[in-house]
Design a protein. Structure first.
Length: 94
């Protein structure tokens, strides 16, 4: 059937039309932190939030903070690849 959509496609169209896709993807990025970073990093993470495309991560280890700071551009790429969209523009670590 030409012109028909799957339920998933129809839902994504609805989200885009109502400007809900970006906030949904941002929430998904926060939820993916532990999965993408692994349990060791997750255990040393105090909080993860996102604001205007900036993933804000509070860590309890200054050594880990420095290590992740050095690879923050790779983190942006990793998260956007997992999300299938350019959602994360920067990562701020504190």
């Amino acid at each position: 059937m030409k012109g028909s959509q799957s339920i998933g496609e129809a839902l994504m169209d609805f989200l885009r039309e109502n400007q809900l896709e970006q906030p949904l993807l941002e929430r998904r990025a926060v939820a993916l932190w532990a999965e993408l970073m692994g349990s060791t990093v997750a255990n040393l993470t105090r909080s993860v939030d996102i604001e205007k495309g900036v993933l804000k991560v509070k860590l309890s280890s200054s050594a880990l903070r420095q290590q992740l700071f050095e690879c923050r551009f790779e983190l942006v790429k990793k998260f956007n690849q997992a999300l299938g969209a350019e959602v994360i523009k920067d990562v701020r670590l504190s």
